[in-house]
Design a protein around this ligand. Structure first.
Ligand SMILES: [Fe+2]
Length: 185
């Protein structure tokens, strides 16, 4: 499952998230993996971007707006069981990317909040949903993933994907961009 929602946040909320993302950027740590590799039963994607921790502006919308969208608008009835387990800001300079991967098993729903107007769509691979890490890695290194579905990532909206089941990737950025990521378990 993957879904795009437009106009989720008010202009004021988006402005606050952008300001917080920019404030966190100096303390972001680089993530750099030159080649996809298999580590035990975990497929590590090729990647290059920077990541920083969450802040009060993001935490505030996660526990209200984002949670409501995931729970109510998607028709999910997890109630109080749906909790954010990982939250971060990711920064992509031109050429930065995050290769095809699955999120950690506890990430039942991964929410991406684009915080830049010019951002590439998220690429998902529905035909490979449920594939294990080993099969996914094999397909990556043999170039047999097949074509992705490109899911729009609108500024002011969000994208929800079943992160631990649906292989997904962020293709090389064409413009500098920021994305908030929230993983619900
Ligand atoms: Fe992911």
């Amino acid at each position: 499952m993957y879904h795009t929602f437009t106009r989720v946040f008010t202009e004021r909320q988006t402005t606050a998230l952008v300001a917080e993302a920019d404030a966190r950027r100096p303390e972001a740590t680089p993530v750099a993996v030159p080649q996809a590799r298999l580590h035990g039963d975990h497929a590590i994607p090729a990647s290059r971007f920077r990541r920083a921790g969450t802040g009060p502006a993001l935490d505030a919308v996660v526990t209200t707006v984002v949670k409501r969208v995931v729970r109510d608008d998607l028709g999910l009835s997890f109630g109080l069981g749906l909790i954010p387990v990982r939250t971060a800001y990711n920064y992509y300079d031109p050429g930065d990317h995050l290769g095809v991967h699955l999120d950690a098993p506890e990430c039942r729903y991964t929410v991406l909040v684009p915080l830049s107007p010019q951002i590439e769509p998220l690429e998902v691979y529905p035909a490979l949903a449920g594939a294990g890490a080993r099969e996914l890695h094999h397909r990556i290194i043999t170039g047999t993933l097949g074509p992705p579905v490109r899911v729009p990532a609108p500024y002011g909206g969000l994208v929800v994907v079943q992160g631990s089941v649906m292989p997904h990737a962020r293709p090389p950025a064409t413009h500098p961009c920021r994305v908030a990521t929230v993983c619900f378990g």
